[in-house]
Write a protein of this length. Structure first.
Lengths: 498, 148
């Protein structure tokens, strides 16, 4: 079995003591920021990216990935104990998780969330291992037209499936693409939108955009509309779920994992959509739906599995095609590029250590999270008592050092301040920030592939519809747009978003 | 005349402004041919797309009544970017320690509660921690105090 050999190879890499350490750091930081509201995985990864420059690529990716899925665990902890979703992915968990906590069943709720997440994480890891290589194989056949169509498809899908106003999401993608072309044009050497500023001729750093919008912009929002935090420090006793709890949860965990894996590979669908869908499914299937909202364990088990499966499967398009399916994945791509690795299907053949090492580490990381989260739950809850007024200056400090250290340039600090203001204004106007980041990362690649495709086809734009794979992507793109404009879907979408 | 306070209206205005600026600044970039696209093709298409979106939102804003929610947190909106800019300037002229200290105290003053002693304590602690972590442990090459 080749698959097992490769997984064993991956475990060999992930189990080296450095990588174990990076994994541990990653999941600990992830749990921490998952517990703390007001700072999400996107902002944290952006802030910590510069620090990973000195780390080997495998270690850097293992750590960043750990932050990402660690945050999902942390987010559910606060959802259950304090009725406060640390992350958007755990909004649904609040509904029944908090009710369980109020009935004195916080322990089983936390345990089932951890078990479900662990199971989903394991399945997700296996799925990447199973589907990654064949997908990359297919992707190796892609030429410029296919890449352009594929990117178009994922950008449209990302904008359409993202939460919020669809038109605003698409506008943000276009804006991101435009920001992505700032700097010297690689083909002609012409400076575009750089206003004679030397720092801009290499383009805007994507850490600048990410930290500005997701760290500073967030802080400005939070200070404007402070959310109330009632810390409910209930004693967590009886951690272990009863046999009945387990029996009730098996179905939801399996279904949640399937739902999450499905949404995971779709671009743009945040973990919130996966967990929400899972919750709706469980409620529909339940013999007595009225239990939901009053502490039904299925309402915790399903969504928690779904959001973790979603988080894991988001790695599939990133690792095999070099396509970011979410804002966090856009950052991961950026991390690869900064490390000098060209993202795409070649990663798997040229850097198998990276691919298999990362996959194996995700499974190890999930295991660490179970161990880390359940016994230490009291410690994490304590952290909730850290007031925001002490937290946000620290976030500002780390952001500033992180950005400055990229190029030792004060200019990028000023630019970040600008993006902080812009990000805040955009969010006030109802523009979601993640699509901009996707467009920003994909912009230069898209332009390059468009040019190459046109050159290849001697200037004939029909190349995008005469090559079958490319045509397939274009048809799906148009299909998504048509379906989304359909009134029934529009209405349903509005319901979910609210 | 009263300015409209619709979210969509201002979204549209912003997009028209950005798209228009992109078109204006990029007007001289060579457009190229379909075979050999110039540096101007992508920017001009995107600029035009943004303007079109802008027009759409302005039109939608004329009918919709969704107001901008929450407040603009003017204090944080001014102070936080300013603290960042100050950090950038101080990094060049004063060194890591003063830059970071000013950043932390400055940022903290954007908050709703500001307790001087607590903030000073936080600034000292954070600065010390960052010096240990970034300068000593990670070896970033910044002088603690410029000219010392």
């Amino acid at each position: 079995m080749e698959l097992f050999q490769q997984l064993i190879f991956g475990f060999g890499i992930a189990l080296s003591w450095q990588n174990l350490l990076y994994c541990l750091i990653g999941v600990s930081v992830g749990t921490l920021i998952g517990v703390l509201p007001g700072i999400g995985p996107l902002g944290t990864i952006a802030i910590l990216l510069p620090i990973t420059f000195n780390v080997a690529p495998v270690g850097a990716l293992i750590m960043l990935a750990g932050i990402y899925y660690g945050a999902q665990y942390g987010g559910s902890t606060t959802a259950i104990l304090v009725n406060l979703p640390g992350e958007t992915s755990s909004v649904v968990t609040c509904i029944d998780g908090y009710q369980m906590a109020r009935q004195g069943r916080a322990g089983p709720a936390l345990a089932i969330a951890a078990i479900g997440s662990f199971f989903a994480g394991t399945v997700g890891t296996l799925l990447i291992a199973l589907f990654g290589p064949p997908l990359a194989e297919v992707a190796l056949q892609f030429a410029a037209p296919e890449y352009f169509s594929l990117m178009l498809m994922s950008l449209v899908a990302a904008a359409v499936l993202a939460q919020g106003d669809m038109m605003k999401s698409i506008a943000m993608v276009a804006l991101g693409l435009l920001l992505g072309i700032v700097g010297r044009d690689v083909n002609t050497g012409i400076e575009r939108y750089s206003f004679g500023i030397t720092e801009l001729s290499d383009g805007i750093g994507f850490i600048v955009v990410a930290v500005g919008m997701f760290a500073m912009g967030e802080i400005i929002s939070n200070l404007g509309d402070p959310e109330e935090r009632k810390v409910f420090t209930a004693k967590v006793t009886h951690l272990f779920p009863t046999w009945d709890d387990m029996k009730q949860s098996i179905g939801p965990i399996l279904r949640g994992t399937a739902i999450g894996s499905f949404f995971g590979v779709l671009p743009g669908t945040g973990p919130a959509i996966a967990s929400f869908s899972s919750y709706m499914v469980e409620k529909k299937l339940a013999a007595d739906p009225s239990r939901f909202g009053r502490g039904a364990i299925e309402g915790v088990a399903g969504p928690e599995s779904a959001n973790n499966a979603d988080a894991q499967c988001k790695f599939i398009p990133m690792l095999t095609l070099g396509l970011p399916a979410s804002g966090v994945m856009a950052l991961m791509l950026g991390a690869l590029t900064i490390q000098g690795i060209q993202p795409g299907p070649e990663v798997m053949t040229q850097r198998p250590d990276l691919f298999w090492g990362l996959i194996a580490s995700m499974w190890i990381g999930n295991l660490m999270l179970v161990v880390l989260n359940l016994p230490l739950i009291g410690l994490w809850v304590k952290l909730l008592e850290v007031p925001y007024r002490l937290l946000f200056p620290a976030i500002m400090a780390f952001s500033a050092i992180g950005i400055y250290s990229v190029n030792n340039s004060s200019f990028e600090i000023y630019l970040t301040a600008l993006f902080g203001v812009a990000g805040f204004v955009w969010s006030k106007l109802g523009f979601p920030p993640a699509p901009l980041l996707l467009g920003f990362v994909l912009g230069p690649m898209m332009e390059e592939n468009l040019r190459r495709a046109m050159l290849m086809a001697k200037g004939d734009p029909s190349v995008f519809v005469t090559r079958p794979i490319s045509l397939g992507f274009i048809i799906i793109t148009i299909g998504i747009l048509i379906v989304m404009v359909a009134p029934a879907v529009k209405k349903r979408r509005a319901e979910i978003t609210d | 005349m009263k300015l409209p306070d619709s979210k969509d209206f201002w979204s549209g205005v912003m997009l028209i402004a950005i798209g228009g600026a992109a078109l204006f600044i990029g007007r001289d970039y060579p457009f190229g041919t379909a075979l050999r696209m110039g540096a101007g093709f992508f920017p001009l298409v995107l600029g035009a797309v943004l303007v079109l979106f802008g027009v759409y939102f302005v039109a939608r804003g004329a009918r919709s009544s969704d107001k901008i929610e929450g407040n603009w947190s003017p204090r944080a909106l001014v102070i936080l970017p300013l603290a960042f800019v100050l950090f950038g300037v101080l990094m060049e002229y004063a060194g890591f320690v003063p830059a970071l200290f000013v950043l932390v105290v400055g940022s903290a003053s954007a908050g709703t509660e500001f307790k001087l002693i607590e903030v000073l304590l936080l600034a000292v602690l954070l600065t010390a921690m960052c010096v240990a972590l970034f300068i000593w442990a990670l070896g970033l090459p910044y002088p603690l105090f410029t000219g010392s």
